[in-house]
Design a protein around this ligand. Structure first.
Ligand SMILES: Cc1cc2nc3c(=O)[nH]c(=O)nc-3n(C[C@H](O)[C@H](O)[C@H](O)COP(=O)(O)OP(=O)(O)OC[C@H]3O[C@@H](n4cnc5c(N)ncnc54)[C@H](O)[C@@H]3O)c2cc1C
Length: 399
């Protein structure tokens, strides 16, 4: 079989791989993307991802560059503030709260929340019109051989490709990363997160709320109304056994547990979607590059779902790779380009992973002195203005 030539081969059509395909295609590079599981683009369909993603301001720049923003914008709910609430005791009682407002930084809003299946639908619409991108859905990466000037890729249907750059965006169990012999360090936190949609009596006012208590945060990110009622995407972190108990709980009792856990701040709450459960792990690849290959997104780093850092960190990988490719298109996939990518992204990923890990350990602790420290920390982080602004800037990602 003849070998097809392409500038870039992307393994993986999750949100990161799809975004990369749109961005590089728009920039004029030829792209082939393969994924054995075609993206599910309807909310009611089997396997639909009902979670949401809060995309921060820097993501918008990449989406504009990729020609995605126009299609996405009507479906995003703007996030004007982040409200952090500290609770302790049983039932959880409010001890203090602070709101971090985006206009404090002169960048209103912080970002936009999108349902994941809506995001996939809109990106797929754009990709279907992009002449530089060829989608091979239902087909996966199988093998790879790298040479100085190209990577030779084989797909699981026998298709043979030659690419100047391979982008591994094939998730936490990345087959490309494995084929390259790049190891990963995994930390399990003994926690699981439940993700679902809840309707509630009290309006969210475009404010994202994180309610801290031992076990992990209860995070509510604004969504459009559901059946005329305010609604939010909820991510509720708990020790594994408690999460399994909540997953199996009948809805009326689950609703009562949500109200209790949110200290009644949103009035009556009602589950209005399926519940999905995710293990909380931190994972980091030992290297981000190999000859002709860049490892990005969850193939490179998995972070606990705190502070909307996961996919936003992944988009920063893609934005950086794109910037390097555009600066020197002839050097696409060269050793110099890949070394620059590793230098630019490695330290930022490591810092973010360490900070989230530490934050998770401190905030989930049942120890009363640590809980008291958590409350003091929250007040200091907000009330000391330069510290507040520095933390908000750091949370948005590298400039
Ligand atoms: C509860 C929860 C809430 C979250 N909320 C946020 C948030 O608000 N903001 C944020 O920034 N992040 C958030 N995240 C993180 C975010 O969801 C993930 O970073 C993101 O979904 C991972 O996308 P990805 O494209 O890297 O990987 P994946 O979505 O895992 O995609 C990998 C793709 O690779 C494909 N693949 C597998 N094998 C092959 C093969 N052989 N060949 C080709 N392709 C292959 C798979 O089919 C899959 O489609 C959250 C995570 C969780 C668990």
């Amino acid at each position: 079989m003849k070998r097809e030539k392409t500038d870039i081969f992307i393994s993986g059509g999750g949100p990161a791989g799809l975004s990369a395909a749109a961005a590089f295609g728009r920039a004029g590079f030829s792209v082939i993307l393969a994924d054995p599981s075609p993206p599910v683009t309807e909310g009611d369909a089997e396997g639909s991802d009902l979670r949401s993603t809060a995309f921060l301001q820097p993501a918008r720049r990449l989406f504009e560059d990729a020609g995605l923003w126009e299609g996405l914008a009507p479906f995003g709910v703007a996030l004007q503030a982040l409200r952090i609430v500290d609770t302790a005791g049983e039932p959880p009682a409010l001890r203090g709260e602070r709101a971090f407002r985006s206009d404090d930084m002169g960048t209103a809003p912080f970002g936009w929340n999108f349902l994941n299946w809506v995001f996939r639908r809109e990106v797929m619409k754009r990709l279907e019109q992009e002449p530089n991108v060829s989608l091979r859905l239902g087909r996966g990466f199988r093998a790879l051989v790298t040479r100085t000037d190209e990577a030779l890729v084989t797909l699981d249907d026998g298709t043979r490709l030659s690419a100047r750059l391979v982008i591994a965006a094939d998730g936490r169990n990345s087959p490309v990363r494995d084929a390259l012999g790049i190891g990963v360090r995994v930390t399990r936190h003994g926690q699981k997160s439940l993700a679902f949609t809840a309707a509630h009596q009290v309006a969210h006012g475009n404010v994202s709320t994180e309610i801290y208590h031992h076990g992990g945060p209860f995070t509510m990110v604004p969504l459009p109304d559901v059946d005329g009622q305010p609604a939010s995407a909820v991510v509720w972190m708990n020790p594994g056994r408690r999460a399994a108990e909540l997953l199996a709980m009948e809805p009326a009792r689950f609703n009562a547990e949500m109200e209790r856990r949110s200290a009644g701040l949103f009035g009556r709450m009602k589950l209005v979607s399926r519940r999905a459960m995710f293990p909380i792990v931190s994972q980091r690849a030992s290297r981000l590059v190999a000859a002709r290959c860049a490892i990005v997104a969850e193939a490179a780093h998995v972070l606990p779902p705190i502070g909307a850092q996961g996919l936003n960190t992944s988009l920063n990988d893609i934005a950086r790779l794109l910037e390097l490719a555009r600066a020197n298109p002839d050097g696409l996939g060269s050793a110099a380009m890949l070394a620059a990518f590793e230098r630019a992204r490695g330290p930022d990923i490591a810092r973010r992973a360490r900070a989230i890990d530490l934050f998770n350990r401190v905030t989930r602790s049942p120890s009363r002195p640590l809980q008291d420290m958590r409350l003091i920390g929250l007040k200091m982080a907000h009330d000391i203005v330069p510290l507040r602004q520095a933390l908000m800037r750091a949370g948005m990602g590298p400039r």
